[in-house]
Design a protein around this ligand. Structure first.
Ligand code: GLU
Length: 418
């Protein structure tokens, strides 16, 4: 798809909010307040390359809304990053923390770069440079970043170290998704996928079926996509027929073995050309005849151009913003049951919140404690969204918005901001 034809994610996020505001008959000043970010930073980051030359990078941090708590959300390193993408993702974080009812607001950050072209030491200097640029405006009680597309626990460790150098004391709660040794939480790395699978399991139950024996296609093979493959094909006995990454996808009617595919990706840099599977395109993956489609890559992939060809009965959005509002309407009319992004992928931020709680008390939980608490948060949120959607005869995304917008709007109103 040409860059100019891609939907503007922030326009999408505003349109989704407008729909919910209309149903809620939201006070116009509250609605206007919630349509825009509260604060954003645009920073310029100089980077000394290994060969001695200098390059200048653009970075953003958007604190969309902090009525319910400190801003919270990841940092993306991506060459197609724009400030509107970061705004949209920060808005979705606001609705995400609200739908799972954790005391945090929404934020997001991004650096326009291609991390695959940087050496490890260049990546470290860029990560530290970004935190130096925004460090005066983040903190455990202000804004707490985390990993997102192409950022890793190692990058979180460099960023934490740089921040602690700035403030001259330990402050593990300034960033989540850290390595365990630096105060990370058990279960954080798989938590986005784990939360999504919990929601999917509850949805299947609601639809009178079970995940076991179902077929699945996963678009995107980063943290969320890979763990989803592992958990779905292992614990849930779901047959994963297709997976893809930025270079393309693979399909096997017998199902793809997680350990073998991830080893192939680690060795070759892509899932493509996996022995015994057929190569397919990312576009083809989205319209495969499977029970469950899991978009786990980037925003704006299910659009009005391909939504009517989606054959899955359930779409579980592990990515942020994969479905445009027009596509949403088409899927709803077709009877496709969509588990919206800010519910389905909230497991990541839920365990990030658990990480913050553990950092604040300097007392760490077992994997079982994390798992049980995540389970409780996700099932409660799913039940509330499903119930709200049924009550208003709307899709699950609008149902989720109704819950979140009400919660955030109430906090904004109580504070007297609008
Ligand atoms: N980047 C993840 C998301 O989009 C996690 C955010 C966080 O843990 O703060 O939900």
């Amino acid at each position: 798809m040409l860059e100019s034809q891609r939907p503007n994610p922030f326009a999408m996020a505003q349109e989704q909010l407008d729909q919910a505001a209309a149903i809620l008959q939201l006070d116009p000043s509250l609605h206007t307040f919630l349509r825009e970010p509260m604060r954003e930073m645009h920073v310029t980051i100089p980077l000394r390359m290994d060969d001695g030359s200098m390059r200048i990078y653009r970075g953003y941090r958007v604190q969309y809304n902090t009525a319910r708590g400190p801003a919270k959300g990841g940092i993306r390193f991506h060459s197609a990053e724009t400030v509107d993408t970061v705004r949209a993702l920060a808005a979705w974080m606001t609705w995400k923390t609200a739908v799972v009812d954790i005391p945090l607001g929404g934020g997001k950050g991004g650096v326009v770069c291609n991390p695959k072209e940087l050496s490890p030491s260049e990546l470290e200097r860029l990560s530290r440079g970004y935190i130096r640029a925004i460090g005066g405006f983040v903190g455990p009680e202000i804004d707490v970043p985390a990993p997102d597309v192409y950022t890793t626990p190692q990058i979180m460790a460099w960023m934490l170290d740089e921040y602690e150098n700035m403030v001259r004391h330990h402050a593990p709660g300034v960033i989540t998704g850290k390595p365990l040794i630096m105060g990370g939480s058990q279960g954080r790395f798989e938590s986005t996928a784990r939360g999504g699978i919990i929601v999917l399991r509850e949805a299947a139950k609601q639809l009178g079926t079970a995940l076991c024996g179902k077929t699945m296609a996963i678009q995107g093979y980063g943290n969320a996509g890979q763990h989803a493959h592992r958990i779905a094909s292992g614990e849930c006995e779901t047959r994963v027929l297709a997976v893809s990454d930025s270079k393309g996808g693979i399909y096997s009617a017998r199902g793809l073995d997680y350990a073998a595919v991830s080893a192939h990706k680690a060795a070759t840099g892509s899932v493509r050309d996996f022995p015994g599977a057929d190569n397919i395109t990312n576009e083809e993956l989205l319209t495969l005849d499977v029970d469950v489609l899991v978009p786990a890559a980037l925003e704006g992939v299910i659009t009005k151009a391909n939504a009517d060809q989606v054959k899955a009965k359930i779409v579980a959005e592990l990515a942020n913003g994969p479905t445009t509002p027009e596509a949403d309407a088409i899927l709803f009319d077709k009877g496709v049951y969509v588990l919206p992004d800010f519910l389905c992928n909230a497991g990541g931020v839920v365990v990030s919140y658990f990480e913050m709680v553990q950092n604040a008390s300097a007392y760490y939980w077992t994997p079982e404690e994390v798992g049980q608490r995540l389970e409780a948060k996700m099932t409660t949120a799913y039940d509330a969204v499903h119930e709200m959607a049924q009550r208003h005869h709307v899709n699950n995304r609008v149902g989720a918005y109704l819950i979140s917008v009400q919660r955030v709007a109430e906090a904004v109103r109580m504070r007297g901001w609008a």
